[in-house]
Design a protein around this ligand. Structure first.
Ligand SMILES: O=P(O)(O)OC[C@H]1O[C@@H](O)[C@H](O)[C@@H](O)[C@@H]1O
Length: 453
């Protein structure tokens, strides 16, 4: 399991704790960690502006089957504090509820509110060992991300700010790091001399799921490309780290993102879509525009493909297709590296599908698919697939996020610069949709989206 468990008593204060992120992802992740690491001492304080009488039940329910002494301790000691955290006075009162030891302030808030809370923090006395955990999105564009980073930076040292992207806790993404750097075979292959293109795809069967308040003003590009897809790309394309600890990986990812931009002209290198009524696995979905809370005038995209390039010695000229969509019938969730054809040409050797390295982000399966000629004739089209068995991960993505947070471990957090680069990279795509330069095409819920791979 790598690093030692840090047992420093910790108060985890969750701001915006009445939202679905807390009950659906964060608390279940905490439950997993407490069950597997019973030596942890974590007290959870949930907070939001409105009262929540059933907080303890919410925590218990979110912990589900997680059991053991640490789970029990946390359940017994958890409390809810109603507070407007953007008011310095109420925030100070909230922080008084924390025990001695480490205090982690988790921002499960919209970026604008996060800014106000960071401002309020600058006006009050702070706990000595305060950590800030900022959920994505960091800001709503490059400038607002820079401003949030500046506000956070003046409160605590930079190494006590964790920017959370839960894809950096996905078991398959963590395995990608090992695949690249724990052997001598794969790493030398990942180079422009051999790689023709890269696709990072994250389709989901889920539609809006009642999240219009967040999603309708956000859309696929801001929700997925801006954060998760670019971080996964960073992990795949970063230079080798000499150490996993100490923030080296966030810095290496940031170096990749610093050199990344969309390939122009944008309208030829991206596409956008929005789902219409359909069904997935027997579940009927309404058209996106008919979902509750959606304003059709927003023109929000629920699917997007965007092609970027990393202008570096290693990667220049290799197109990277980033694609994600909601309400997709047979979803692909994968990292796919397509290698160049052999020089003799596909006619003579192998088959046109070429060689592929695939990491299935849903199952964690890693496979290397090679044209092998044959059978019994080198001009044939046989393929050899080398693939890994995939043990079940003890931690979900949020389990990993929480474990690292409690270990005060920044090794897979997002750096301030990276959070800004991500916005710069996607801005032309956001503008192209907003300006109508790239049309938002209809696709039926349950289909493969407006384009197939
Ligand atoms: O598959 P996971 O782990 O739930 O991650 C995907 C989700 O990631 C979230 O960050 C997005 O806001 C959601 O829209 C998306 O569904």
């Amino acid at each position: 399991m790598g690093a030692m468990t840090d047992t420093t008593p910790t108060t985890l204060i969750v701001l915006g704790a009445s939202g679905d992120l807390t009950s659906r992802l964060l608390l279940p992740g905490l439950g997993e960690v407490l069950a597997l690491q019973p030596e942890r001492q974590v007290r959870v304080i949930g907070s939001a502006r409105t009262d929540k009488q059933d907080w303890r039940d919410t925590v218990a329910q979110a912990f589900g089957d997680s059991a053991g002494p640490a789970v029990e301790r946390t359940l017994e000691t958890t409390e809810w504090v109603t507070a407007d955290a953007s008011s310095p006075q109420e925030l100070a009162q909230l922080l008084e509820h924390a025990d001695d030891g480490r205090v982690v302030l988790y921002f499960a808030l919209a970026p604008a509110v996060t800014g106000k809370v960071l401002d309020a923090l600058s006006e009050i006395e702070l706990p000595q060992d305060l950590w800030l955990a900022l959920e994505k999105p960091i800001g709503t564009d490059e400038d607002s991300a820079r401003e949030l980073n500046r506000l956070a930076d003046r409160l605590v040292p930079a190494d006590r700010i964790l920017r959370i992207d839960h894809f950096l806790g996905e078991p398959a993404v963590l395995d990608l790091v090992g695949l690249r750097f724990a052997n001598r075979i794969i790493e030398p292959l990942l180079h422009r001399d051999l790689v023709e293109s890269i696709s990072i795809t994250f389709d989901e069967t889920l539609g809006l799921e009642g999240r219009a308040g967040f999603y309708d003003a956000t859309g696929a590009i801001r929700d997925m490309h801006q954060s998760h897809l670019l971080q996964v790309m960073g992990v795949l394309m970063m230079d080798p780290p000499s150490s996993i600890a100490d923030g080296e990986i966030p810095e290496l990812i940031s170096q990749v993102l610093a050199r990344t931009s969309v390939i122009g002209p944008i309208e030829q290198n991206m596409a956008a879509g929005r789902y219409t009524a359909g069904s997935i696995d027997g579940r009927e979905l309404p058209s996106y525009v008919d979902e509750e809370g959606v304003d059709p005038a927003n023109g929000t995209e629920t699917w997007a493909r965007l092609t970027v390039e990393v202008d570096s010695w290693r990667w220049q000229g290799v197109p990277v297709h980033l694609r994600s969509g909601k309400a997709i019938g047979s979803p692909h969730q994968e990292v796919l590296v397509r290698f160049r054809p052999v020089p003799a040409g596909a006619q003579e050797f192998g088959d046109p599908a070429g060689d592929i390295l695939r990491v299935d982000l849903a199952t964690g399966e890693i496979s290397l698919e090679l044209s092998a000629g044959g059978p019994f004739d080198p001009r044939g089209t046989s393929r050899v697939t080398l693939s890994s068995a995939t043990p079940e991960s003890p931690f979900s993505a949020y389990g990993s996020v929480v474990r690292r947070m409690l270990d005060a471990d920044r090794s897979f957090s997002v750096s301030a610069e990276a959070s800004q680069h991500c916005w710069r990279i996607v801005q032309p795509a956001i503008d192209a949709v907003a300006d109508g330069l790239v049309p938002v095409q209809d696709y039926q819920a349950g289909s493969e989206g407006p384009e197939t791979i």
